[in-house]
Design a protein around this ligand. Structure first.
Ligand code: FES
Length: 343
């Protein structure tokens, strides 16, 4: 296959690929415009959980008294009316990125881990509906309905009409998210919109970069194709189209006169007169089906050269989609009974 043929084939496959993705962008973009954002937030049944401080607070141990590796940061939080130091040893730029941390009782200095009952208690307090709660489970990532999160989380499933799942931080018990069916649908749309099939949680990934490069190639191959069409004399503006009469010799020996627009390709001009040259590529110059024969000395286009043997070219065969009706006076061709498919 010559370069022009490779260019056209590439252009067509890229059009299909980019066209499909454009449809996905269109559909998901429409969803984001029409969606009910309050439902899609998953916060319809969510209430904030406040851990009260007791009226009387004992003296806290100094942080230096905690027996632990050196943390990068230390915080103080209250859980069930008791203070805990939060030692963070490693943390990414975003809270969902992998993190290493430990809680220590700020009165005794003992390491503290949340248990199932406490996790369930916090989940219940964050929910205002009347669903039925399952036991809390401490799970490792990845999470199907919370794809960004890369840290262990407590999950509590609630049997309600929204299929709610409540996610808590695996260490601190902080309520991170209520996931409902509306949230899951939004996450799916986000995944499709950002082509995030690897669940990276963002859009700066190799697939979207590849599509950007493919789009650039689509535009480049389109421009190259246009230049090729222009050089072949196939680019014309149909203003005040001039009629032209062509003598057409049909397969069974009949000879008819057909009036066509001189600016159309022979394929299109004959089609307007209900004479359909065979075609699979719809005039793209790649299928080689729209052959006709003429005794005239017509120029040979690159597509003619790619699709027709040298012997047939010498015998006067050319492609109907690669020559203007204005170039020919007398042709011989085999037609199909119906209009060819346009692709
Ligand atoms: S080469 Fe396919 S229609 Fe002409």
């Amino acid at each position: 296959m010559q370069m022009s043929g490779i260019n056209k084939t590439l252009h067509k496959w890229l059009s299909l690929l980019i066209g499909l993705q454009l449809l996905i962008w269109l559909g998901t973009g429409l969803y984001f415009n029409l969606m009910d954002s309050s439902k899609a937030s998953g916060n319809g049944q969510r209430v904030s959980v406040v851990h009260q401080r007791p009226d009387v607070v004992q003296d806290l141990l100094p942080v230096s008294a905690i027996s632990s590796a050196a943390p990068m940061r230390v915080g103080l939080l209250w859980l069930f009316e008791r203070p805990y130091y939060q030692f963070i040893y490693e943390q990414g730029e975003h809270s969902y990125q992998p993190k290493r941390e430990q809680l220590f009782d700020a009165y005794t200095g003992e390491p503290f881990s949340l248990n199932r009952m406490q996790a369930l208690n916090i989940a219940r307090r964050s929910y205002s509906g009347d669903g039925e709660f399952s036991a809390a489970e401490l799970l490792e990532p990845p999470f199907d309905d919370y794809v960004q999160q890369q840290n262990p989380m407590w999950r509590v499933i609630v049997k309600d009409e929204f299929n709610t799942s409540i996610y808590l931080d695996g260490v601190t018990g902080q309520v991170l998210k209520h996931v409902t069916d509306d949230v899951r649908l939004k996450e799916l749309m986000l995944k499709l919109h950002f082509m995030d099939y690897g669940n990276s949680g963002g859009f700066n990934h190799w697939l979207i970069i590849s599509v950007a490069i493919a789009t650039l190639m689509l535009a480049s191959t389109g421009v190259i194709w246009l230049v090729q069409q222009y050089r072949s004399g196939l680019l014309s503006i149909n203003v005040g189209s001039r009629p032209r009469t062509i003598a057409v010799n049909l397969q069974h020996g009949e000879r008819i006169q057909v009036q066509v627009s001189a600016n159309d390709t022979l394929l299109d001009g004959l089609a307007c007169a209900q004479l359909y040259l065979p075609s699979i590529c719809g005039g793209g110059g790649t299928c080689g089906k729209c052959r006709f024969n003429t005794s005239q000395q017509l120029s040979i286009t690159s597509a003619d050269r790619e699709r027709i043997s040298a012997q047939d070219l010498r015998a006067g065969y050319r492609l109907g989609c690669q020559h203007l009706a204005s170039e020919v006076q007398d042709i011989e061709a085999v037609f199909t009974p119906r209009a060819p498919r346009r692709r």
